[in-house]
Design a protein around this ligand. Structure first.
Ligand code: C2E
Ligand code: MG
Ligand code: MG
Ligand code: MG
Length: 293
């Protein structure tokens, strides 16, 4: 390809490809410095109990405060971190940071408050999460496994390697709850939900964003919710942006909601303000979630 460009056979790609390669390599180099350089931050998005309107959990979402490029989204760097193996170290940092924050909010807000963290399938390989050391860390903070929920992908559940199985079982034994993230976008065997005693299904936002009373998506959400409950899982709807969606989901029996309707992801200090604010969703959503038939 590119020969018709008359050059060395690569000229067709030269600029854009070389530029992309340079940027990628630079990002990879920078990524190595990010944990030691304290450049990661967790932002927190509230998860509301749709019955009470209370914030009972938060999802921790990583951001990279790059020294020159500003705040970088996980969409940009998580895959690179997976390819380079950095994700293991990042995953450990995320766990510890979230655990420290859970200790703070369990003290200041609610003793049952939970923080849900995202994990990469690579963290379930042999050199990945050491659940004993996680338990030890939680203990040092005065926490039990209850403080943390780990979000995994549907795909991980289908991986049959013994390391994966062993780690999932060990998490359960430690009292750490497990959620399937982006449920409905991959494919997972329902029997695995029961087999691993999964605690939560998080319905992917693509099913939530177009919800209306007569849409096929509401039928799909209702079916997921009924099935999940039969299998002993609670359901979290992701990407709830409209009051109508929240109401439809609540009517369908959905347990928890998360999305811009309630709040965007916030820095830890802004999240603390939200928890302490007189207008926190706790109170305001009792009125704004319309409970009339
Ligand atoms: P996710 O776990 O499915 O997280 C939900 C994403 O949807 C977040 O994007 C969140 O900001 C966004 N979101 C929340 N509410 C709404 C809404 O109402 N509307 C819309 N359109 N979007 C909403 P974010 O923070 O950019 O994270 C993207 C993905 O990056 C996450 O998807 C997760 O897969 C991954 N990720 C984030 N943090 C971590 C981490 O610490 N470790 C790993 N391995 N992956 C992470
Ligand atoms: Mg998630
Ligand atoms: Mg998700
Ligand atoms: Mg259960």
């Amino acid at each position: 390809a590119g020969k018709h460009n008359g050059g060395d056979g690569y000229s067709f790609f030269d600029d854009s490809m070389r530029q992309a390669m340079i940027e990628r390599n630079q990002t990879l180099r920078d990524l190595k410095l990010a944990v030691p350089g304290n450049q990661f931050e967790l932002h927190y998005q509230p998860i509301l109990d749709l019955d009470s309107g209370k914030i009972t959990k938060a999802e921790a979402l990583i951001r990279w405060r790059h020294p020159t490029r500003g705040l970088i989204s996980p969409e940009i760097f998580i895959q690179l971190a997976e390819e380079s193996g950095q994700i293991i170290e990042i995953g450990e940092w995320v766990f510890r940071e979230a655990a420290k924050q859970a200790a703070i909010w369990q003290q200041s807000y609610s003793p049952t408050f939970q923080i849900s963290i995202n994990t990469s399938p690579l963290q379930y390989r042999d050199n990945g999460i050491d659940i004993n050391s996680w338990c030890h860390y939680l203990e040092q903070l005065g926490l039990t496994g209850q403080a943390i929920i780990v979000e995994i992908t549907e795909g991980l559940l289908m991986e049959s390697s013994s390391a994966v199985k062993e780690k999932l079982w060990h998490l359960r034994d430690a009292g750490i709850e497990v959620a399937i993230d982006d449920f409905g976008t991959g494919y997972s065997s329902l029997s695995y939900l029961r087999k691993f005693d999964i605690d939560y299904l998080k319905i992917d936002q693509s099913f939530v964003s177009n919800l209306s009373a007569d849409s096929e998506d509401i039928a799909l959400c209702e079916a997921i919710i009924v099935m999940a409950h039969k299998l002993g899982c609670d359901v979290v709807a992701e990407g709830v942006e409209e009051k109508d969606q929240s109401q439809l989901l609540k009517n369908a029996g959905c347990d928890f909601g998360q999305g811009y309707l309630f709040s965007k992801p916030l820095s830890a200090s802004d999240f603390t303000l939200l928890l302490n604010s007189p207008n926190r969703p706790n109170d305001s959503y009792k009125d704004s979630i319309d409970t009339s038939p």
